[in-house]
Write a protein that binds this ligand. Structure first.
Ligand SMILES: Cc1cc2nc3c(=O)[nH]c(=O)nc-3n(C[C@H](O)[C@H](O)[C@H](O)COP(=O)(O)OP(=O)(O)OC[C@H]3O[C@@H](n4cnc5c(N)ncnc54)[C@H](O)[C@@H]3O)c2cc1C
Length: 483
């Protein structure tokens, strides 16, 4: 190519959590770094997220008197993922998550040492199914993380070039030596691919996360617009391996919902979930680490049953879960409404006797503060909520279809090792190529661990990738100049 050329030690593709962490950690070693971002602003899905960060053995946990270790985190992580991930990589992730959180705190991220009841209140929460509290919620959530990292980027003088979607790697004899960005040849000692996931590219979802399509017309994507799967197109140019096939995070949601819960609102607390047998089958507030799997094991969808009192108690101001909207959905025939439980059962196609018995048991238990079958009172207590709920007893009764339909992130990425180096199909590192975040495959697995698995992965592996990319090249004389 005979166009203009520039040269850097490290080129970072993508300005979300993984890319910013990589750029800052590379620059900390003295390397010259440039970052390309396809959109008009930095942040990606990381900026849209709650910023929930799972890590073990942190100063925040210690201040709250919570004993935890990377080894315990590793065991939980591997068990939840059925040991289908590479233990060496997961051990590295679990060991580096806490130091990465401390690094972020050192850069200015605030995680107050107090118990948080949910992913929106800064502090420490229990959002997953772990036995200790590991969900770190930063002030200003994902936006706050991005702001702090971006300030550090600017402090190190790292250029961020917006509106530049990079789709071509420069490679020489199997070694990655740079990228083509807007027809400019950008030479580099190493390239970090941190371009996020593939949720916004329908064709790639069909190929790499077909399970998501079971949601049919209810499917909606909340990942950032830049999540177009460019990591796979880039990796393909140098024969990278891919791992994480058909894994991702789908959140269970009502079939009429179209927004993430911040906008959509929340279903009535006094509701129960029944499967096609008309029986309750799960803790309705089970963590998203496991709830999708439970629903999948019961036919992939269920009914949320509640009554008029629960509908009227919905708080106003939300797009989907408001009293008015539920009534409108029922008027339109998209929510089942009936004068009696028997009629509701008939409309849902479940045995009426089973539904009646299920509701009777609910009324005898949860409104009195206990749930012997599914221990939901424990989940509610961890969320800081009251454990006493209302009986389901006031007509009309409602049934709403609930299914995994909100596509949050995808796990099919370029296979990486403990150094965040990209591996080819034989398992050999591709010289000069690193990947992290949703683009780097192998950390995010079958089950979403946490809350906070994906942000912790992006920032932890991004930091590792940036540091190793810089160390690989060394601060080469003359880098960072236009030729
Ligand atoms: C609404 C929402 C809430 C979430 N909440 C949480 C949470 O609380 N905790 C948690 O752990 N996870 C959460 N997640 C998931 C988590 O945010 C993401 O998995 C994680 O932040 C991904 O980080 P990333 O750096 O890999 O990708 P991103 O943050 O998406 O960054 C990738 C960047 O690369 C850019 N890009 C793409 N292609 C190119 C290209 N060819 N050239 C240049 N740039 C490119 C994109 O525009 C984007 O800015 C949430 C996700 C969403 C959508």
């Amino acid at each position: 190519m005979s166009g203009p050329q520039v040269e850097y030690d490290v080129v970072v593709l993508g300005g979300g959590g993984a890319g910013l962490a990589a750029a800052v950690s590379a620059a900390e070693t003295g390397a010259s770094v440039i970052l390309f971002e396809s959109e008009g602003e930095l942040g990606g899905s990381t900026q849209l997220s709650a910023g929930l960060f799972t890590a073990a053995g942190t100063s925040v946990q210690r201040e709250l008197g919570i004993a935890d270790t990377a080894e315990r985190f590793f065991q939980h992580y591997m068990d939840l993922n059925h040991w289908m991930l590479k233990p060496g990589l997961i051990q590295t992730f679990c060991r580096h998550a806490a130091p990465t959180l401390e690094w972020l705190i050192g850069l200015g991220v605030e995680v107050p040492a107090r118990i948080s009841g949910n992913a929106h209140m800064p502090g420490l929460c229990q959002a997953g199914v772990e036995d200790v509290w590991r969900g770190h919620v930063p002030k200003d959530q994902g936006y706050g993380l991005v702001q702090v990292l971006d300030r550090a980027r600017r402090g190190h003088g790292v250029d961020a070039v917006l509106h530049t979607r990079v789709q071509e790697l420069l490679h020489d004899d199997g070694r990655v030596v740079g990228v083509i960005a807007d027809d400019v040849e950008v030479r580099a000692g190493a390239v970090v691919v941190a371009t996020g996931g593939l949720a916004q590219d329908r064709e790639l979802v069909e190929r790499h996360y077909p399970t998501a399509l079971r949601a049919g017309g209810s499917l909606f994507v909340v990942a950032a617009p830049g999540s177009r799967g460019d990591h796979l197109r880039l990796g393909d140019q140098v024969g990278s391996g891919i791992v994480g096939q058909d894994w991702g995070l789908m959140l269970p949601t009502a079939s009429f919902v179209r927004f993430h819960h911040w906008q959509a609102g929340f279903p009535p607390p006094s509701r129960l979930y029944i499967d096609r047998s008309g029986r309750r089958f799960m803790d309705e507030d089970a963590s998203y680490a496991v709830s999708t799997g439970i629903i999948d094991a019961h036919g992939g969808k269920c009914w949320a049953v509640f009554d008029e009192r629960a509908r009227l108690a919905l708080p106003p101001g939300y797009a989907d879960w408001s009293a008015e909207n539920v009534a409108a959905e029922a008027d339109a025939g998209r929510v089942v409404r009936a004068a009696t439980l028997d009629e509701l059962a008939s409309l849902c196609g479940v045995p009426a006797g089973h539904l009646r018995r299920t509701v009777d048991r609910w009324n005898a238990q949860l409104p009195n503060g206990v749930d012997e079958d599914f221990l939901r009172h424990n989940t509610l207590a961890a969320k800081g909520g009251k454990s006493s709920l209302s009986p389901i007893a006031e007509a009309p009764y409602y049934a709403v279809r609930v299914l995994p339909a909100e596509l949050v992130c995808t796990h099919a990425g370029l296979e990486i090792n403990e150094a965040a180096a990209v591996l080819d199909e034989s398992g050999t590192p591709v010289p000069g190529l690193y990947a992290a975040g949703e683009a780097g495959g192998g950390v995010l697995g079958l089950r979403y661990v946490g809350g906070g698995n994906a942000v912790a992965n992006a920032l932890t592996m991004g930091r590792i990738a940036g540091r190793n990319a810089a160390q690989r090249t060394g601060a080469r004389a003359g880098a960072g100049t236009t030729t």
